[in-house]
Ligand binder design. Structure first.
Ligand code: AMP
Ligand code: MG
Length: 362
C-alpha cells in the first residue's frame, strides 16, 4: 500500500499529525520522519518485530545495528548500563544534535535493535518533528536513514518515497533536512573514544570537548593496515563494512594528493576526468564547488555543491545532488573533493564510499 504523507511545519508540527504518527509507531508500524541530519525510518526500538520490519523495508543486513533516538537526555539511563563522565560532557555540549554515542546496552534493548551487539547507539536529535514524535510515541525510536540499503541517504520526503514508498505506513514531510549528512558515531566503550563514523558534529568539535579521539585511518576496515584495537572497534560498527551512499551512476571522486591537502583539485584534473569518461561513451555529470563551476568542460551536466570554504553547505546539498544527477540518467558523476575540515570530513567519507563501489578515486 502506498505511504500516507503528512506535511508539517518543521518548527511547529501539527499535534494531530504527530498523534497519528505516534499511533502508527505504538501499533508496531513504520514512520519516516525528518531529523536535522537526514530522514529516518522509525519503529518502536523496544518492539523486536517492528524493528525487524525496518531491516526488511531497507534490505539492511541484520547485523548492522540501528541508532536509538530519544527525546530527553535523562532517558539514556534506561537503555545503557553505564554513563561515563565523558558521555555526560559530550551530552551537555552536543545534545540535542548530530552525535550518536555507543555505550553498553541495558537488557531492555532487544538484540535485533543492537544487531546482536552488547552495545547500543543512542542519540537525541535536534529537530522539532523528531522530538515531538518520540515524545508522543512514549518509546525510544529506532531509526536508520530512510533509504534502501546502499543508496544515498534521503534529505527530503520525496527521496524517502522514491526508495520506500511501498513499505512504510506514513511519511512526515518536514521539508529538506538542514545538516544533510548523518550523525557522528562515537564509541565510548574505548578510551580514548573511537570515531566510528564522521558526521554532523565535527572531529574538531569533539577534540575541543574531550581532548583525545582515536580516528581510524581511511579505509581502515582492511585488517592489515589497522592496529588491533581499531580493528576491534571497527568490527563493532558493522555499518562501516557495507555498500553505502551509492547512486546508480559511477562516482569518480577527484581528490588532491595528501601533500597538497587543503588545495583544490586542478581544473586540468577535473577536465581530464570528464574527458576520460566521455571517451568511454558515457553521459557525464559533475558536482563541483562554486569556484570550479566554470572549469568543467562544456557539455557535462554541472551542479554546484556550495562554496569551497563552506563544507556545511556542501554537506546539505550532497545526497540530493547525487540523486538528482542519477535521476537525470547520467552514467557517471565526477565529484570535486573538498578539504577534510569540519563537515568536510563527513562529506569526503561519504564520497569515498560512494566512489569505492564501482567508481574511482582519482
Ligand atoms: P544509519 O542507521 O544508517 O545511520 O547507520 C547507523 C550507523 O551506526 C551504522 O554505521 C552502524 O553500524 C552504527 N551503529 C549502530 N549501532 C552501533 C553499535 N551498537 N556499535 C557500533 N556502531 C553502531
Ligand atoms: Mg544509513
Amino acid at each position: 500500500m502506498p505511504a500516507r504523507i503528512l506535511t508539517l511545519a518543521p518548527h511547529a508540527p501539527d499535534p494531530a499529525a504527530i498523534r497519528e504518527a505516534a499511533a502508527v509507531l505504538s501499533g508496531g508500524g513504520l514512520v519516516a520522519f525528518p531529523t536535522e541530519t537526514v530522514y529516518g525510518l522509525g519503529a518502536d526500538a523496544l518492539n523486536p518485530s517492528a524493528v525487524e520490519r525496518i531491516y526488511a523495508a531497507k534490505g539492511r543486513p541484520v547485523d548492522n545495528p540501528i541508532i536509538v533516538h530519544i527525546a530527553e537526555a535523562e532517558a539514556l539511563g534506561r537503555f545503557v548500563t553505564d554513563i561515563p563522565p565523558v558521555a555526560q560532557v559530550l551530552i551537555a555540549h552536543c545534545w540535542p544534535g548530530p552525535l550518536t554515542l555507543v555505550l553498553p546496552a541495558a537488557a531492555v534493548v532487544p538484540s535485533v535493535t543492537r544487531g546482536g551487539l552488547p552495545t547500543v547507539a543512542v542519540r537525541m536529535p535536534a529537530h522539532p518533528v523528531a522530538l515531538a514524535l518520540i515524545r508522543a510515541a512514549g518509546c525510544p525510536v529506532a531509526a536508520p536513514s530512510a533509504n534502501r540499503s546502499g543508496r544515498p541517504s534521503p534529505t527530503t520526503a520525496q527521496h524517502v518515497l522514491a526508495d520506500l514508498g511501498g513499505s512504510v505506513e506514513l511519511v512526515l514531510d518536514g521539508g529538506p533536512t538542514p545538516v544533510g549528512v548523518e550523525s557522528t558515531v562515537l564509541d565510548l566503550t574505548s578510551d580514548p573514544p573511537v570515531l566510528l563514523r564522521p558526521g554532523g558534529v565535527s572531529l574538531e568539535q569533539l577534540v575541543a570537548i574531550v581532548g583525545q579521539v582515536t580516528v581510524p585511518a581511511p579505509g581502515a576496515a582492511a585488517p592489515s593496515t589497522t592496529a588491533p584495537e581499531l580493528q576491534a572497534a571497527l568490527a563493532r560498527s558493522p555499518g562501516t563494512r557495507y555498500r553505502h551512499y551509492a547512486p546508480r551512476a559511477k562516482v569518480v571522486l577527484v581528490e588532491v594528493p595528501p601533500e597538497e591537502a587543503g588545495a583544490a583539485p586542478s581544473a586540468a584534473a577535473l577536465s581530464a576526468a570528464v574527458h576520460r569518461l566521455w571517451d568511454q561513451g558515457l553521459r557525464v555529470g559533475a558536482m563541483v564547488t562554486a569556484e570550479a563551476a566554470f572549469q568543467v568542460p562544456l557539455g557535462a551536466v554541472v551542479r554546484v555543491m556550495g562554496p569551497r570554504g563552506d563544507p556545511a553547505a556542501v554537506a546539505a546539498s550532497l545526497f540530493a545532488l547525487l540523486r538528482e544527477l542519477d535521476d537525470a540518467g547520467l552514467d557517471a558523476i565526477v565529484v570535486e573533493g573538498i578539504p577534510e575540515q569540519g563537515l568536510g570530513r563527513a562529506v569526503m567519507d561519504r564520497l569515498r564510499r560512494a566512489a569505492g563501489q564501482g567508481g574511482e578515486v582519482v
